[in-house]
Design a protein around this ligand. Structure first.
Ligand code: NDP
Length: 386
């Protein structure tokens, strides 16, 4: 951590106070012995002051951290690097020294104000790191434990205080980057494919933005469950990544109409389920590529929010189902969080699930990470390293 201005001011003050007694002229009438005693006294006073001020200066040095704060909503430029006090844990919390923080689309929604948060706030929902302190009620964690989490705001920082029941221990085989990358997107891909619409072997799924962070993991899980995967991606390079993740077909939907292509690839029958995190640009056509009683799982809006829907359309297009799920409701209990995170982390340990880390950025470059994510320049996980 770099010393901050108040630290330097404290050091300067410390220096000044130290030299006042040392430079103080003794009155000439003092006998020699008393002069020596006075000098010694002044010297010791100087040392005492130095010790006090040094402690104060070091204390403020130790209690500050770097963080990316949002004090007004807007574009990437509102992500501001600031010095803030290191948090202290509430009774049920643990302070985590963050080694890697995940960048997710949800961070964009919070930054833009699409998801409201009271200002100012530290952005970020996901991280891995080391426990440094615990609150009085926390019995299952201790300083030094390696942990990861998602769903607690404030991870774009050197430290975060997190409800202890949201922290999971990282298997020894995984480093902090992999653990941070696994949590939010990994558990999302898991609940979408195993719980929201549990894919059955032989079913066909359409997965949008399949080269993205969630996308690549969802393709792998869908294939593991025995489904046929039709993917979409924004470029031929991304389409290659989607195929490498296991997609049977990949439509470059910036060039070809995915509705016509999906109907062609399913002999006009349509798919059992569409997993859509793109939203505004794809939603209407999703309704046209589902087979009767098919499921549209709308889990995000990277291209923008979907406008209100007249429900009669669901009947007209084949008695369709729509759900708009969110991870929080699929890891709401400690039991479900442990089960889901354990499944995902173990799949990574055994090599069944491959994580692609697109890039790591220093914490101070959070703006650049957001620009890359929103600019469709990324394929895989982005991490901020404090
Ligand atoms: P991604 O890595 O998938 O990045 C978003 C991708 O969306 C882009 O790379 C791009 O891929 C595609 N895209 C299409 N149109 C646009 C557009 N106009 N602007 C930007 N991107 C566009 O991000 P994540 O994996 O972090 O998230 C994917 C989606 O999943 C998001 O909508 C996110 O909100 C959602 N999500 C939802 C969760 C939930 O529980 N509901 C949890 C986690 C994520 P391409 O170029 O190939 O089209």
């Amino acid at each position: 951590m770099v010393a901050t201005l108040p630290d330097f001011a404290a050091w300067r003050l410390c220096g000044k106070l130290l030299f006042i007694p040392a430079r103080h002229e003794q009155p000439p009438c003092f006998p020699q012995r008393r002069r020596v005693a006075k000098k010694e006294h002044a010297k010791s006073l100087g040392y005492t002051l130095l010790a006090i001020l040094e402690t104060h200066a070091l204390a403020s040095y130790d209690t500050l951290m770097k963080a990316i704060q949002v004090s007004r909503v807007g574009g990437p430029e509102v992500l501001t690097l600031v010095d803030l006090p290191i948090p202290t844990p509430k009774q049920n919390e643990a302070v985590v020294q963050i080694k890697a923080a995940g960048v997710n689309f949800i961070d964009v929604y919070f930054r833009e104000g699409r998801y409201p948060a009271s200002l100012p706030f530290i952005n970020g929902q996901e991280a891995a790191g080391v426990v440094t302190a615990t609150g009085a009620e926390v019995l299952n964690l201790k300083p030094g434990d390696r942990v990861a989490y998602s769903g607690s705001l404030g991870s774009y920082a050197e430290y975060a205080s997190v409800p202890a029941d949201r922290l999971v221990k990282i298997p020894d085989q995984l480093d902090f980057n992999l653990a941070a990358a696994a949590m939010l997107q990994g558990m999302t891909a898991h609940y979408l494919s195993h719980s929201t619409y549990p894919l059955q072997s032989g079913e066909t799924a359409l997965i949008h933005a399949a080269a993205g962070g969630v996308g690549q993991l969802l393709v792998q899980m869908a294939k593991k469950l025995g489904a046929r995967v039709i993917a979409t991606a924004g470029s031929t390079e991304k389409a290659q990544l989607a195929r490498a993740a296991g997609a049977d077909e990949c439509i470059v939907y910036t060039e070809a109409d995915f509705e016509a292509e999906t109907r062609r690839l399913t002999d006009g029958k349509g798919v059992h389920v569409v997993y859509d995190g793109v939203g505004k640009d794809t939603f209407d056509r999703d309704l046209n590529v589902l087979r009767p009683r098919g499921y549209l799982v709308l889990f995000g809006g990277a291209s923008g929010a979907v406008p209100p829907l007249d429900l009669i359309k669901l009947s007209q297009k084949g008695s369709l189902y729509i759900t708009r799920p969110t991870l929080a409701h699929y890891i709401a209990t400690r039991e479900e969080l442990e089960q889901r995170s354990n499944d995902v982390l173990q799949m990574i340990v055994t090599g069944e699930l491959k994580l692609r880390i697109h890039g790591t950025y220093p914490l101070a470059k959070a703006q650049e990470a957001h620009r890359d994510l929103e600019g469709r320049k990324t394929s895989g996980k982005l991490l901020l390293i404090p």
